[in-house]
Design a protein around this ligand. Sequence first.
Ligand SMILES: [Zn+2]
Length: 221
Amino acid sequence: MGDGLDFWSCYSQGRQVANVLCIHCGRNLPKNCSTKDHVPSKFLLSRPFPDNLATIRICSECNSGTSLDEEYFAAFLGMMLTSGEGEELHPNEPAIDSNFALQNVFEGALGIERSGGLVKCYIEPDLNRLHRVIEKNARGHWHLADRRRTQFLTTNVICCALESQPDEVWEKVMPPASLWSVIQKSRYRFHLELSEATIVRSVISDYLYTETHLMALGCAP
Ligand SMILES: [Zn+2]
């Protein structure tokens, strides 16, 4: 079901079944026109995946619409978790399932600084692509926490490397470790701050900190 015709064909066949409101595009569609989406996206985790990985139903267009961004995200993460040749690898690097062809896109823009035996890599990623992946996961987390929340306005997305700030800064910014939900140790944890303007935080591969600010626009009837 990749194009509009398929969607309407599916829609007419599925009139009698329960509807699903896609939390990403806001379309209301029959359940048999929707697809399961893992929260968080499986590419952010390592095999074997957790048994109880949560899923939501979204439209197939939104599900497949971020796949190229997810490839880009995985390649970026793979790059940033990999040290230079012959140097010590980041402990999470071997498990990253990244797109090596896409990594070539980054290599031309890669800057390397060597200092005291350490290698630091710098890259200017396409933040819009990273943000789309982060936002998709954040919406999923909030929807899972409160199924009535089906429509969101994203007001801000932030991501940065943990190593970009000293521990003292993170201690002020981040909630205590005991309040985070660990989906997979050293790979993915998240925190929901449910307030007037919800904040969804995640830490990916003990490397990337993300923050998504969301406002609810509507609830499911
Ligand atoms: Zn959708």
